[in-house]
Write a protein that binds this ligand. Sequence first.
Ligand code: PAF
Length: 281
Amino acid sequence: MEILSTPAAMTAWSQRARSGGMTVGLVPTMGFLHDGHLSLMRQLRSRVDRLVVSIYVNPLQFGPSEDLSSYPRDREGDLAKCASVGVDAVFVPEDLYPDGFSTLVSVNGLTEHLCGASRPGHFDGVCTVVARLFGVVRPDEAVFGEKDFQQLMVIRRMVEDLALPVRVLPGALMRDPDGLAMSSRNTYLSAEDRARALSIHRALGAMQAAEAAGERRVSALRSLGRAALDVDRLDYLEVVDALTLAPVDRVDGPARVAIAAWVGRPRLIDNMPLGPSLRWI
Ligand code: PAF
């Protein structure tokens, strides 16, 4: 497994692979890898000839009062995990942006609600870093987990709008056996807070079960979800159209229920599908 620490070295590596007729896949991450990341790597491993994982804690996507400086890091552990699933190259740039970098990639519409509303500028930072990573790594395919459902939809929109030559695939949301959605930020949870954080999964599950049993009214679904929650501060509990991410009053087509809440120190996000399944193309 190669470890590449500059954009130039990464691009040269990728160009060598591609000129040899090989396909390249990319799993972008911010490190502190868990089984959710490894499942994205395994998914892409079976589809491409050369698999790249990027590890970069992107300052552009953190707000001024967010956890950029304390974001968990474990370089050696991350490299061992990448090696264990057959990653060919890990891209760990110190600096990803060149001197004088002055570009911001912004997707409208899909970023109006959910995390886009409560974390202003977050998706501009995500789109900018992902566009830059696509330019440096030049992957044929990249995978983004459904845990960050809004991020996945925003990046698919960006790729389509800018005609970027990369296929963006959805990756399954992975949970611990008790239902907690896997996240690097779970490391901030005390044992007691972790037990309360499970209420997010319970709330989503209750809403999904009620919808499957015929309840289409979002007001009724939201009441059920709120009653199940045991969190310190709810950021949002929204039911949105799965394609436009705009809030809906009734579940009449593919929808998503999404929750963001603070439990102890971390702000956690999770979501589940409601209604008919989304057909990915
Ligand atoms: O999902 C993440 O870990 C980040 O938002 C990403 C896609 C790696 C961009 O920094």
